[in-house]
Design a protein around this ligand. Structure first.
Ligand SMILES: Nc1ncnc2c1ncn2[C@@H]1O[C@H](COP(=O)(O)OP(=O)(O)OP(=O)(O)O)[C@@H](O)[C@H]1O
Length: 363
């Protein structure tokens, strides 16, 4: 089993008795990008600050390549960690040129080496022609590229990026994240990338750590998190618009939109909730209606409908751009997933590997 390059065990950090990080455990393998994602205030930045060494944990440990960096008793200072940071508000030194900013962390090295290294970094981020400019003479995207070059110049083993593109407009953000991912992968650098945007996390992360209220809720590959969320929070955060109540029966799960033939390791009669995304829900005019069209939003390639079931539950459903239904139209709503739906019982997932066909739970 491969050893992680970075390992955080049960980190806790409070500000003025208010916990920002409650219990964070995560690990990152060499060459991997771990995207840390969660809603505002869930403790993402604090986690990165603990790893960088800008904060000390009250509990827990941070290990890097088998070396203890942080614990309540041991503390390796940030400059001895070989960890680079690009924070959203990690301003460049305004009185230094682009070149001097990038050279800042290399002051202890001989001049020719610094020169070579800075030029190499500026070239890497495509800014070698702007070395003499001052930060205020740069665009937002160029400034973030300089911040990246500055963080990379001392050749860190790990790079921490905290919402590095959030102050940029959408076009530039998409362009820069592609550039940065390609660059990190090209260098084989290990990175933690913080964002509150699920889509950005799916794009950047080899694996994702989903955080809420100071705790890592789930850490896994994007596809696994998307299809097998561990709890309703993760399901909702990753885009499940609706939760559909159901009851376990012999043939599957009985719901208001019909029998969903998927079996779970729970006794018949157990109450469950199914996470249904808009692409899991279909409707037509072919059978007895169990719902009515509430609204339609045209999104170009598709229509996003809201349909209200007789119980009052509202589900979202995609339809192709050419399928137009009027508001108030009664429709037959059904599950149209083509895969097993994430299923929860008492707030916890009934996992795929616990699912079974014969009433016996797998070991
Ligand atoms: N220096 C500080 N002093 C006091 N409270 C703080 C400090 N830094 C963060 N907090 C609080 O700790 C909690 C976690 O903050 P943190 O910045 O780690 O969250 P986040 O997930 O990065 O949020 P965002 O996505 O909004 O940046 C928040 O409630 C925040 O208000």
């Amino acid at each position: 089993m491969k050893e992680p390059l970075i390992k955080c065990d049960h980190l806790k950090k409070a500000y003025h008795t208010q916990p920002a990080v409650e219990d964070v455990s995560l690990h990152v393998y060499e060459g991997e990008i771990l995207a840390v994602v969660g809603p505002s205030g869930c403790g993402k930045t604090t986690t990165l600050r603990l790893i960088a060494g800008f904060e000390r944990p009250e509990r827990g440990e941070i290990w890097m390549q088998g070396r203890l960096l942080s614990s309540p008793d041991i503390f390796v200072p940030p400059e001895k960690r070989r960890i680079g940071v690009v924070f959203q508000d990690y301003a460049l030194f305004p009185h230094l040129t682009v070149y001097e900013n990038v050279a800042f962390g290399l002051r202890k090295q001989p001049h020719p080496q610094v020169n070579r290294q800075v030029n190499q970094m500026l070239e890497l981020v495509g800014l070698n022609h702007l070395g003499k400019r001052m930060p205020h003479e740069l665009s937002g995207g160029e400034r973030q590229r300089v911040a990246l070059a500055r963080a990379l110049a001392p050749r860190p083993q790990v790079l921490l990026l905290d919402e590095p593109f959030s102050s940029l407009d959408l076009d530039l953000r998409l362009k820069l994240r592609e550039e940065v991912r390609t660059l990190l992968k090209g260098m084989g650098l290990t990175a933690l990338f913080v964002t509150h945007d699920q889509e950005e996390a799916l794009y950047m992360g080899d694996r994702l750590a989903i955080m809420n209220e100071g705790v890592v809720q789930q850490l896994d590959q994007p596809e696994v998190i998307f299809s097998q969320p561990i709890n309703p929070f993760v399901a909702e955060f990753m885009g499940s618009a609706n939760f559909l109540p159901g009851r376990v029966v012999e043939q599957g799960i009985e719901t208001e939109i019909g029998l969903i033939p998927q079996q779970v390791s729970l006794p018949a009669g157990s109450e469950v909730e199914l996470a249904v995304r808009a692409d899991d829900v279909g409707f037509d005019l072919k059978g007895p209606a169990n719902g009515v069209i509430l609204s339609r939003v045209f999104k170009g390639v598709m229509n996003v409908y809201k349909v209200r079931l007789h119980s009052g539950l509202v589900l979202e459903a995609f339809q192709p751009h050419y399928r137009l239904f009027a508001e108030g139209q009664p429709v037959r709503v059904f599950a149209d997933a083509g895969h097993e739906l994430a299923c929860f019982h008492n707030g916890a997932a009934i996992k795929g590997d616990e699912r079974h066909l014969d009433g016996v739970t797998k070991d």
